[in-house]
Design a binder for this molecule. Structure first.
Ligand SMILES: CCc1ccsc1-c1ccc(O)c(O)c1
Ligand SMILES: [Mn+2]
Ligand SMILES: [Mn+2]
Ligand SMILES: [Mn+2]
Length: 257
């Protein structure tokens, strides 16, 4: 879908609310808090803003946000386990505001994470932001995957291959499939008015993942290595890119204590 300037305005509002939800929840992420408590806080924040949390009941998903801890790659389900010192946690928020979707996630940590965990989070964040810098009309979509590959290869990390970014707008998921590694065969050319997410999942070990047979949602690294993810929703503009899910506050990564 190629969107209009009016559509950009709707996406700005939806993306901003999703970013504000992560700004709101940030100070609540600490040792002892449970991800169910974080879920409920985010749920109420989104409802009070007159929006709807997209994950709730999406394909039967049971909660309002995804909370993916440590070796969990994505789609972690909020539970009653308190966060422990050193846990790294991805919180993934998608809101529906006036029918438009804003989808974003960031890494947070409880207490003091290991240097290795912080390096993985930093590299994942920088890989996302470097990839987004390549988004402009006329560039190929697969420049995103090439950029992420180039950025993380020196770290010895791996890129998760079987979960991707996606087109977004008045629907949660639409074409194109935004793969986070280099796919030479993907020759889609970016055009002004395209809306999609970029949401790289980077593993400290190997790229393989396992889907939980227990809950049918939780994805973990097969080798149980740590995994980090950041996600933005963006629009292709005449001369480049607009990130709809940037924090309007002074959030930055890494969080300076
Ligand atoms: C929890 C929402 C959900 C359910 C099946 S896939 C999925 C999901 C989670 C995070 C996302 O960024 C996304 O685009 C989809
Ligand atoms: Mn998301
Ligand atoms: Mn997404
Ligand atoms: Mn993780």
């Amino acid at each position: 879908t190629i969107h209009s300037q009016e559509d950009f305005d709707f996406m700005r509002k939806a993306g901003r609310l999703a970013a504000e939800t992560l700004d709101f929840i940030a100070p609540h992420v600490k040792v002892g808090v449970t991800t169910n408590e974080l879920n409920d806080l985010c749920h109420d924040f989104i409802i009070n803003a007159g929006a709807i949390p997209a994950p709730l009941n999406y394909k039967g998903y049971p909660k309002s946000i995804c909370t993916s801890k440590n070796a969990v790659v994505c789609h972690g389900i909020p539970d009653d386990k308190p966060l422990k010192d050193g846990d790294i946690l991805n919180i993934d928020v998608t809101v529906i505001l006036n029918g438009w979707y804003g989808d974003t996630s960031r890494m947070f940590w409880a207490g003091k994470p290991s240097i290795k965990a912080k390096r993985l989070c930093n590299a994942t964040y920088n890989a996302l932001m470097e990839a987004i810098k390549q988004v402009r009309p006329g560039n190929k979509l697969n420049k995103i995957g090439l950029t992420i590959e180039k950025y993380i290869e020196d770290f010895g990390y791996s890129i998760v291959r079987n979960y991707c970014g996606h087109g977004i707008g008045k629907v949660f998921h639409a074409p194109p499939n935004v793969v986070h590694f280099y796919d030479e065969g993907e020759d889609l050319i970016l055009k002004e008015g395209m809306f999609f997410t970029v949401e790289p999942m980077i593993n400290a070990g190997k790229h393989e993942t396992l889907l939980s047979k227990l809950d049918g949602w939780t994805v973990t690294t097969r080798d149980l290595s740590l995994s980090a993810q950041f996600e933005h929703t963006l629009g292709v503009t005449k001369d480049g890119v607009e990130i709809f899910t940037l924090s309007p506050k002074n959030w930055h990564f890494p969080p300076y204590d």
